[in-house]
Design a protein around this ligand. Structure first.
Ligand SMILES: Cc1cc2nc3c(=O)[nH]c(=O)nc-3n(C[C@H](O)[C@H](O)[C@H](O)COP(=O)(O)OP(=O)(O)OC[C@H]3O[C@@H](n4cnc5c(N)ncnc54)[C@H](O)[C@@H]3O)c2cc1C
Length: 488
């Protein structure tokens, strides 16, 4: 038998269109599929239980896919710097294959693994549509503003999808099974969505079949529920993209096919020809085609924040624009606790925080509203919010989360300055006009008439069990502007 090679799964929990796995398959050697629970992650106080639970479900599905191909997932617990060299020795493996990640932690770990292995570590670009370093200004500097990044991004050819490998190691003698949360001494009461590549593909196809056509109109709908296939706002693919149960190419080329279907004369620049007019011609900004393009634009945001983290890793420690590290953030533990508990007295903020605690997810509009509230109305450091989101989100991603928080706080790459402050009442009135979202997530407000659903404190008899606003918005807005102006 040929000497095997190891594929080390990390945030690429799929067999379909997996760049490193495909490259491993091209060698013709049998592939040993390995996942390692690294104590540096699993035992870290920052570990997110919802994300760990979702990861375990994803591993279960991956193992099942492998079993259908006569193999199985090899699972180990320990430091990859020692586990991988041991596996190489034990199986006589000639190389290890994996897909690159952009966090400083992952880059450091991979360099140390490579030094310890004794055989080559082949790593591939897979996590983003275009890898960091490939979308640069003429003078080879990274872009720091989204719009020019996107214009350049559109001119660069996107990789095609790869074939799914067939030739796996048969799993002889392997008895490890995918653990459950209790094996780590942890419990979680939150129901988690189905995981794995089959479910991810099902969700993608459902979204592409129709909801994507209405994306521009529906994306900001707060009451759309990812657990209800009939109420679509956005795709709910973020958890699957986060852990690689779906590749970004599956999403992109799926959207491309949809676009072709909708358009007799699709813009050729989507295939990457050096042409930049893709987003210039706007027949009807609300057309189905424009909706598809708006959705692809979100995939470009995902690339953008990945590239920002790669080129500017300091964003994980402080503001993208260092001047804003001097903002006089408030140390207000009671206000922070009220925000986390969804007890601020602003219904749309509180509904979103309840949804986060119940589902480990919330729509983009809700994320922007609660982030603006924490950083502007409460003037609490965005890093508190970033940390809380990472603890609870099943799609919690260091690059996108950091980018979203710094965008909301006004300390990041955004060309828009800090004075964008969302009004939590008018945001509720605009994006949850009949109060369905608030009523779903805050039982105490279920019977409040629509007229007062975003201002229940103004009722003659406000509902019991729900607090009055913990801060007055107009005063808070001025306080935030003053604090930012002092350093900006
Ligand atoms: C404060 C804040 C924190 C956020 N934290 C995260 C996070 O931890 N993980 C995460 O994946 N997204 C994060 N986002 C971005 C965005 O809110 C989610 O990606 C989106 O809500 C996921 O829902 P969806 O899959 O239905 O998105 P869709 O609207 O269907 O978009 C498709 C995909 O594009 C990507 N995407 C969409 N919007 C963004 C964006 N603004 N930035 C980067 N990628 C985007 C996601 O992968 C998403 O699945 C954050 C945004 C804010 C404002």
């Amino acid at each position: 038998m040929d000497s095997p090679i190891i594929h080390w799964f990390r945030r690429d929990l799929r067999l379909t269109d997996n760049t490193a796995l495909h490259a491993a398959n091209e060698t013709g050697a049998p592939i040993i599929p390995v996942f390692i629970f690294d104590p540096a992650i699993i035992e870290s106080p920052q570990i997110s239980l919802p994300r760990l639970g979702f990861l375990l479900k994803g591993l279960e599905a991956l193992d099942q896919s492998l079993r259908e191909r006569g193999s199985r997932l090899m699972i180990r617990r320990g430091d990859p710097r020692t586990i991988l060299p041991e596996l190489v020795q034990q199986f006589g493996a000639v190389a290890v294959y994996c897909n690159r990640d952009v966090t400083p932690f992952a880059q450091r770990r991979d360099a140390e693994v490579e030094a310890a292995l004794g055989v080559p570590l082949h790593s591939y670009d897979d996590v983003f549509l275009l890898p960091p370093g490939s979308v640069m200004k003429a003078e080879h500097a990274p872009y720091t503003v989204f719009t020019p990044f996107k214009s350049k991004w559109l001119t660069i050819p996107k990789p095609e999808m790869t074939q799914t490998p067939l030739q796996f190691w048969r799993g002889e003698g392997e008895s490890s099974t995918v653990p459950i949360l209790a094996d780590f001494g942890k419990t979680l009461s939150m129901p988690l969505p189905d995981a794995g590549e089959t479910e991810a593909e099902r969700r993608l196809q459902t979204f592409l079949s129709k909801p994507i056509e209405d994306y521009v109109e529906e994306r900001n709908r707060l009451d759309a529920a990812p657990d209800d296939d009939t109420l679509h706002g956005s795709s709910f693919l973020s958890p699957y993209l986060r852990l690689g149960m779906l590749s970004p190419r599956q999403a992109y080329w799926g959207a491309w096919e949809k676009y072709k279907e909708l358009t007799a004369n699709p813009f050729p620049s989507w295939r990457g020809e050096p042409k930049t007019d893709t987003f210039v011609f706007l027949p009807d900004p609300r057309s189905a085609q424009e909706s598809v393009k708006a959705w692809v634009s979100e995939l470009i945001w995902r690339d953008f924040y990945g590239h920002i983290l790669f080129h500017f890793p300091h964003v994980l420690k402080g503001s993208f624009r260092p001047a804003y590290d001097r903002v006089a953030w408030r140390n207000a533990p009671d206000d922070l606790a009220a925000w986390k508990a969804g007890m601020t007295g602003y219904p749309v903020v509180d509904a979103a925080m309840h949804q986060l605690a119940a589902m480990g997810w919330m729509p983009n509009r809700a994320r922007m509203i609660v982030a603006s509230f924490l950083t502007k109305d409460l003037l609490i450091h965005w890093r508190e919010g970033e940390r809380h989101f990472m603890n609870l989100l099943i799609d919690g991603d260091p690059a996108a989360n950091n980018g979203g928080w710094q965008w909301s706080a006004g300390t990041g790459t955004d060309a828009q300055p800090y004075f964008r402050v969302f009004n939590p009442v008018s945001q509720g009135e605009k994006f949850d006009p009949d109060g369905a979202y608030v009523r779903r997530w805050i039982p105490e407000l279920r019977d409040v008439p629509t007229k007062f659903i975003h201002t229940p404190h103004l009722m003659d008899k406000p509902p019991t069990g729900y607090p009055a606003p913990i801060v007055e918005h107009r005063m808070a807005r001025e306080r935030a502007l003053t604090a930012f102006k002092a350093v900006g």
